[in-house]
Ligand binder design. Structure first.
Ligand code: SAM
Length: 203
């Protein structure tokens, strides 16, 4: 879900031979479909335009839901996990990787200045893995099978940002934006910034 231009969907189709519904809000299905055709997985992946709170799918209709780098936009809403779990069959699996921090903003008392300068208030949704574990398990709708911060996740985030800067430049029109992310990640060096990786099985 929230598949963007489809890299994860291509990976899942190729590596696991599964049938994938690639749902995303901003990327037009035609654009994603072209990626799937180029990758030779058109027969396995269907691109769908869908907003995360209004998913056009049936109850219990998926064996697995995978959400990469997007849960930060909506997943922390208390009602979201119960809503999403409704689309998984009993025993089905959920996997999320999303920007996370080594400490809760609430514990820190504020967003660290250098992070706030670049991302504003957004990091209030960059929860620790343990925050997600509790948030999900307390519903008793799922059993969390793993919840951890990605070790050295900031290095992958940095590499990706460097590669993206080389290939596509900046995404905001501000010439220094990607460079500012690179500088921030290098300065932070994993003190606060990484990814939370959480998996669960529907009860
Ligand atoms: C950072 S991209 C990640 C894309 C992809 N998962 C990946 O890892 O390359 C964020 C994606 O989240 C999607 N998104 C953001 N808010 C959404 C929402 N409310 N409902 C559905 N998709 C949403 C956007 O369409 C965008 O493609």
């Amino acid at each position: 879900m929230d598949s963007g231009k489809g890299a994860t969907s291509v990976f899942l189709a190729r590596e696991y031979g599964v049938w994938v519904v690639a749902a995303d809000w901003w990327i037009a299905p035609d654009e994603a479909a072209a990626v799937f055709a180029d990758a030779g997985v058109s027969g396995q992946v269907t691109a769908v335009r869908a907003e995360a709170h209004n998913l056009p799918f049936g109850k219990n209709s998926f064996d697995a839901i995978v959400i990469i780098d997007t849960f930060k936009y909506f997943g922390a809403f208390d009602w979201y996990l119960p809503y999403l779990a409704g689309f998984l069959r009993p025993g089905g699996q959920l996997g999320v990787a999303t920007p996370g921090m080594t400490q809760e903003v609430r514990e820190l008392g504020a967003i660290r200045e250098r992070i706030k300068e670049l991302f504003g208030w957004e990091p209030i949704a960059w929860h620790t893995a343990e925050w997600w574990r509790f948030q999900w398990e307390v519903t008793e709708l799922v059993t969390v099978t793993s919840a951890r911060l990605q070790e050295d996740g900031w290095r992958d985030w940095l590499l990706w940002t460097q590669a993206a800067a080389e290939h596509t430049g900046d995404w905001t029109g501000s010439p220094n934006n990607r460079q500012a992310v690179i500088d921030l990640l290098a300065a932070d060096a994993g003190e606060f910034l990484t990814f939370a990786m959480v998996t669960a099985r529907k009860n």
